[in-house]
Structures are given as C-alpha cells and as structure tokens.
Write a protein that binds this ligand. Structure first.
Ligand SMILES: [Zn+2]
Length: 284
C-alpha cells in the first residue's frame, strides 16, 4: 500500500505536470470508483496538487477538488498522445504495456493532449469530487503529518503516554500520525531498536526521542529512493516507473535473514492483521 513517500513522490510529479492544465474530459469506466458529478470538474483548471496523509488532492479553480485514495493497488499514470491508447516503455503492473488497460477505471483528458489514468487492480481505491468545505472536514480526521512541523518528539511522547496497545499500531493510526503504513512502521521500529509489540506507554522517553528521529529518517529515505515497489505491490510513479526503496529495506520482508545490527535472524509475525518484521534480539 502506498504510504507517505510513495504518495508524495506521485504528488511532486503530478504538481509538475498538472498545475495550470484544464480538464477537458473525464471518462469513468467503472462507476463505483468515482463519486461526484463529472460536470463539477469538466472545463476547470488545476491550480495545485496537494497531499494529506496518503491522499492526493487536485485543487481546481472552481472551488472543487479531485481527491484520490490509492489504497492497496491504485496508480496514477500520466501519458502524452492523441491516440486511443498510450504506450509505455515498461509494463505497468496489473495494467500492461498500453493504457487504458483492464485495470484502468478513470481517465482524465487534459488540454495539452495528455491523459491521467487511474488504475486499480483490487478496486479498493477511489476518486471523489469534494468542495473545499468537504475537503477541510475530511482532512480534520488526520493527525499531524509525519514529516510536518507539528509532529514533534513532545507530540509523539504525548500520544505514546495515552496508548496502551503495541507501538506499531500507534504509528499506523492515521488519526494520530498521518502517512505511516506497514512498511515504514516496521523499518522505523527496527531503526529505533523497539519491538513492534512494545506497549507505547511503557516506552522510555529516550526511546521515544529515537523513534521520532527514526520515523523521519525512514520516510526521508523512502522519498529519496522514489518510494517502494516491493515484489507483491503495484506502486509505480506517474511515469509508470518503479521506486527503489525496496532495495534498501532492512527488516520489511527480510524474515530469515540476519539482522544487520546484531546478526540474529529477522522474524515475522502478525500484528493487527499485518506482516510484522523485526529482530527478536535488538528490538526490545
Ligand atoms: Zn538485531
């Protein structure tokens, strides 16, 4: 599932390509993936591309917004061309060499003969048209951005003190901290030497400080490598290219391999229904 580094990678590229463009057509090929009226976006100009938590927002000049959640396997891919289909030099996972593919559910046509394709193999993602007011309300449910100014060591200490369940579940709770999912939670906890199962309120303040630093570090690393496209995941950037963070994972999907810090074998268990990878020796 795309997390902050993957969604931010997409946001940066979309901002570069979409700001100032006018939407001339919207083709909704699978009705359940789209919520809102096409008339609310046709002819409008894209003024900004933003991200909140794992959600992408295309802001329009008419007070509306196109809000996209990629969920598990959603993709936003941009291509140029006047033909019915646009070819890509490498295949798009689950979609093929040309778009639209069988997993393409919404196509935006722009005034520069470019198209933005929303693909989603598992169909958990969505595209919604929201007013500015609806967007503001929707954004309220999220905690501070994990790379934002409001996410301070003091803030992390405060939410840890009020959390009696495993720390990993807190890191992934979007209402407390926005943007961290399973991959970066696993990596951050290894970095800080904290067991994913450790109850958050039992963490020493020194460890909370380390965890804060590690959360920032692993997310920045994910951004630096253009997000992660693990073997079983659909993430590609808007050019249809994979990220490289998976080449730099330390614990995620590394069960059976030695811990780079202490040499003990990395193990996997389930926590909150998600694969949880950790070193049983140096993560306490
Ligand atoms: Zn270890």
């Amino acid at each position: 599932m795309p997390e902050l580094p993957e969604v931010e990678t997409i946001r940066t590229q979309l901002a570069d390509k979409l700001i100032g463009r006018t939407i001339v057509d919207v083709d909704v090929r699978l009705a359940k993936m789209w919520e809102g009226s096409r008339d609310q976006v046709l002819g409008s100009r894209i003024t900004d591309v933003q991200r909140r938590a794992k959600i992408i927002v295309l802001r329009l000049d008419n007070g509306k917004n196109i809000v996209v959640h990629l969920k598990m396997t959603g993709q936003l891919v941009y291509g140029h061309g006047t033909a019915e289909t646009i070819s890509f030099s490498q295949g798009i996972p689950f979609a093929g060499m040309t778009l639209p593919g069988k997993t393409t559910h919404v196509i935006f046509s722009l005034d520069n003969n470019a198209k933005l394709f929303f693909n989603d193999m598992r169909q958990f993602g969505w595209v919604r048209v929201m007013s500015n007011e609806q967007l503001a309300m929707s954004n309220e449910k999220f905690g501070p951005e994990a790379l934002g100014k409001e996410f301070t060591p003091e803030y992390l200490a405060k939410i840890c003190a009020n959390w009696g369940r495993p720390i990993k579940l807190l890191l992934m709770e979007q209402g407390k901290i926005a943007g961290i999912g399973n991959i970066y939670a696993n990596e951050a906890l290894w970095c800080a030497g904290i067991s994913p199962m450790k109850r958050a309120r039992e963490l020493e303040s020194r460890k909370v400080g380390e965890l804060h630093k590690c959360v920032r570090e692993v997310l920045e690393k994910g951004l630096k490598y253009g997000g992660s496209s693990a073997a079983d995941e659909a993430f590609v950037n808007v050019e249809g290219k994979k990220g490289h963070m998976q080449e730099h994972f330390v614990v995620y999907q590394k069960q059976g391999q030695p811990c780079p810090r202490c040499g003990k074998t990395i193990t996997v268990s389930r926590l909150g229904g998600r694969g949880t990878f950790f070193c049983p020796k140096c993560q306490k």
